[in-house]
Design a binder for this molecule. Sequence first.
Ligand SMILES: Cc1cc2nc3c(=O)[nH]c(=O)nc-3n(C[C@H](O)[C@H](O)[C@H](O)COP(=O)(O)OP(=O)(O)OC[C@H]3O[C@@H](n4cnc5c(N)ncnc54)[C@H](O)[C@@H]3O)c2cc1C
Length: 290
Amino acid sequence: MIPFDWVEPRSFAEAVASLDPEDPTVRPVAGGTALMLMMKAGVFTPTRLISLAQIEPHYSAITVEKNGALRIGAMATLSALEQSSAVAEHFPVITETLLTLSNVRVRNVACVGGALAHGDPHMDLPPLFAALGAKVLVRGPAGVREIDVDSLYAGYYETMLAKDELIAEVFVPALNGAKSAYMKCTSRSADDWPALGLAVRFEVEGHAHIRNPRLVVSAATEKVTRLTQAEDILKNAEADSVVLKRAGEAAAEEVTLLGDAHGSASYKRELLRVYLARAIRHALAGKSAQ
Ligand SMILES: Cc1cc2nc3c(=O)[nH]c(=O)nc-3n(C[C@H](O)[C@H](O)[C@H](O)COP(=O)(O)OP(=O)(O)OC[C@H]3O[C@@H](n4cnc5c(N)ncnc54)[C@H](O)[C@@H]3O)c2cc1C
């Protein structure tokens, strides 16, 4: 391995100051589970890694506010999120999603900030947080800004983060009774990388009258992508089998699907067509979070 510098700032501000906007070989490292794989594969050769392990504990906090909104520090591990009883009570969809995300060894060290900043479209949390209407709070030398998770990705492994910006926190608005589901469609084991990731969030009136749907696809697309045409079909509609079929067909037509080791583009199109209705039904049948 080519030698590189390792620095361990004691504060978030110091970590931001250690980044270099001009040099992509200077990177922050959270759990290191993605970065180390890239280094071992030889696709990333750092000159300097800035470990976030020693920054203020505040950045590992997970808090459900009185109004039901969730704040997650960027350095909270995926295991801490999975094991939070407050998250399980208010956002059961997050807890369920984490159970099949990779394996417990990875979840014990991987952090929420790393999971969102990596930009691999096969990851499970970005589409879920995008559907939930989450924002990341990002800090750089110019100050703090917010980015909606559904706008965070610029392309395959590309984010809207500048090289000298760090994710500080994720904010997830309260569900307030809205329904949500994440469908991870794998073609091998249940905890494998998904061939298709599909997240939904919507409000419901009466039995199945849908309001304000947010539908997000990933893994089959080059980045996390909203399914706006399918959303338009579901908006203010009764989620009966005819409407769900139309929405699934619209979803399968409106995005460019990519084949990979997990399935061909045509297989993924079929998954999307079928799983959209399943995700809505699963969300409707799920227990209402607060
Ligand atoms: C065996 C294995 C199986 C996996 N299976 C799955 C799976 O099924 N589903 C899934 O979703 N994921 C899966 N993953 C990926 C895993 O979720 C990611 O590796 C992990 O979430 C990355 O988090 P990290 O803290 O380790 O990030 P790191 O490896 O530390 O960093 C990843 C990227 O984010 C940047 N970064 C880190 N923190 C910040 C920050 N605060 N602000 C800005 N940039 C930051 C780093 O510079 C780097 O570019 C798997 C990984 C492994 C090793």
